[in-house]
Every structure is written in C-alpha cells, then in structure tokens.
Design a protein around this ligand. Structure first.
Ligand SMILES: NC(=O)c1ccc[n+]([C@@H]2O[C@H](COP(=O)([O-])OP(=O)(O)OC[C@H]3O[C@@H](n4cnc5c(N)ncnc54)[C@H](OP(=O)(O)O)[C@@H]3O)[C@@H](O)[C@H]2O)c1
Length: 284
C-alpha cells in the first residue's frame, strides 16, 4: 500500500517513521509543514496540494498525525486550531478513500468517573477539544471508511511532552508540585503507532471510532514519580490540587478511555502504561 503520513515531524509521526521499518511491504510518504530529512512538505490546510499529492503518489491510506495540539494556545486562537484540526481534516477525507485520523480524550467533558466508551456523550470544554470533535464529524461526513482513534496523554522520545519536561525539571529542582486530582492514562506514541499499523494490516478495513491508550490509570503525580524513578532522578514530588496550579485552560479530572472495542475488533492486547514508559525511557 502507499501510505501518506501527515505531521510526521511530531511525536506520533516520528514514531510512525520508526515503525515503518518493521513493515517494509508498504511505501511511505512522510510529510509535514516544515522540511526535515526524508520529509515532503505538505500543509494539510491546502486542499489542492493534498489532493494533488494523493493522486500523484496513488495514496491508498492517509495516516493523519498532523494537528494543532497546544491546548492553551488553541484557547486564544480557536480559528487556527479549527483550520488545522477540523477544516484540513475534511481535505484529507475528500482526497482519499481511507483515512486513519487521531483524536483526543478532550472531546469528553472529563466529569465522568468511569472509563468513556465510543458511545458515550461527548462534551468538550476547550477550544482544542471542540475543534478536534468538529474534525471527527467532518471526516465521518466525507469519508465513510474513516478510522478515528481517540487517544490521551501522549508522549515519546520525540517532540515536547510531559515526560521530557518532568525529566528536565526533576534534574533542575529539589522539589516539584504535581497535580494528583487529574486521572488518565499515559500513552506511548510508539504503541499508538503500532495500533495504527494494526488497523492498516487487518484482514479487512474496519471503519469507525475507537479508543486507544495504554492500559491502566494514574494521576499526573503518579506519572511523575514513575518517570523520575525510571530515570534515577532524585527530586521530591509534592502532590497538589488542580486549583493550586494556575491552568490557563480547564483540564479534565477523569479522562480514562474504555478500549474494549479496539481490543475486540482487532484481537490485540494493549501494553500497560508503565511498560510503555520503560521502553520510552530506554530510548530517551
Ligand atoms: N499530545 C497529546 O498529549 C495528545 C493527546 C491526545 C490526542 N493527541 C492527538 O494525537 C495526534 C498526534 O499528536 P502529537 O502529540 O504527535 O502532535 P505533535 O507532536 O504536535 O505533532 C503534530 C505535527 O503536525 C504538524 N502540523 C501542524 N499543522 C500542520 C499542517 N497544517 N499541515 C501539516 N502538518 C502540520 C506540526 O508541525 P508544527 O509543530 O510545526 O506545528 C507537528 O509536526 C494529534 O491528532 C493530537 O491531537 C495528542
């Protein structure tokens, strides 16, 4: 298959690049807005460029790793977030019959106290969540074979993320205050990339919305303790409340995703978040 990966300079895009070596039967086109080695320039907001690229390279599947992911900045500039997270996603769905698109736990309110399934009511509280939800809906309208994978708390050895920030701060400071009243599941982007390849490699194409994170749950406080422990960094970590941390944008209190549908449909097991963290730390 000819596979177009968008946003391939980001966390997930880079993990797709690494994983592609294990699936040499396909031809990959890695693209992003900024040039990098082995990367074609492709702005997903440019509908004609997307359509020309798909036709020229006879693309069979688009894996959309491009997004406007800065939650705080999206609050100040919802128009730009909407252009990338929603309007551009339509370009992809119109250009190619099969799109694997990545979405987020932020489509939910985060007020529930049980894992959210794909059937649960959405209710985004942020510009980022709203624009990502719009992207899901637009894609489903124009692309009947779309696969949408909602994920959460993504980290990788590439790009900026919570793991790298905590490693840096843990080395710089004697004490860190980290919130313990937000619960979710850290997700290693390499495992999500594997999930995407599982979708592509399946015997038949299975469109729909799926939830995919690593297994288990923790708070940001627990996650920080695990990161510093794995790295052997000595730093006192103090549990604090969200109200003590000056968030610019509201964060979901409980954003655990129920992954039963993905596991059942594709017949796979999902790695526990601590195992994912260990594998990532070995690579950092
Ligand atoms: N990070 C998380 O914790 C998290 C949680 C839940 C869901 N997700 C979702 O998971 C997916 C992957 O996230 P990630 O963390 O890998 O994102 P990321 O590291 O921010 O990477 C996104 C990439 O897309 C590029 N991009 C931005 N606008 C573009 C455009 N118009 N055309 C082409 N490329 C463009 C970005 O370039 P620039 O950097 O130059 O803008 C960046 O290289 C996204 O759909 C995201 O919404 C992420």
């Amino acid at each position: 298959m000819n596979i177009l990966v968008t946003g391939s300079n980001g966390q997930l895009g880079n993990e797709m690049r690494v994983l592609s070596n294990r699936y040499p039967g396909h031809r990959y086109y890695f693209t992003d807005v900024v040039e990098a080695s082995d990367t074609y320039i492709l702005d997903i907001c440019d509908g004609s460029a997307v359509s020309a690229f798909v036709q020229e390279k006879s693309i069979d599947v688009i894996v959309n790793c491009a997004a406007y992911t800065n939650v705080d900045k999206a609050e100040e500039d919802e128009a730009t977030a909407r252009r990338i997270n929603a309007e551009a996603v339509k370009n992809l769905g119109e250009a190619c019959r099969r799109v694997v698109h990545v979405s987020t736990d932020y489509v939910f309110s985060g007020d529930e106290h049980k894992p959210c399934s794909e059937e649960d009511a959405v209710g985004p509280r942020t510009s980022y969540g709203r624009t990502k939800l719009e992207g899901e809906k637009i894609l489903q309208e124009v692309c009947k074979e779309a696969v949408i994978l909602r994920t959460a708390w993504l980290y990788s050895e590439y790009g900026n993320n919570f793991v790298k920030t905590m490693l840096r701060l843990g080395k710089e400071r004697d004490e860190l205050g980290v919130v313990f009243d937000q619960i979710g599941t850290p997700t290693y982007a390499a495992d999500l990339a594997q999930a995407i390849m599982t979708v592509i490699e399946a015997d038949e194409w299975k469109p729909g919305v799926y939830h995919y994170t690593n297994e288990g749950v923790c708070s940001w406080y627990d996650f920080t303790i695990a990161i510093l422990r794995e790295a052997g960094v000595v730093c006192r970590v103090k549990p604090i409340l969200s109200s003590e941390y000056r968030y610019k944008t509201p964060r979901p209190h409980y954003s655990v995703l129920d992954k039963s549908k993905f596991k059942k449909t594709f017949g796979v097991e999902i790695p526990y978040w601590v195992d994912g963290l260990r594998r990532c730390m070995q690579r950092i």
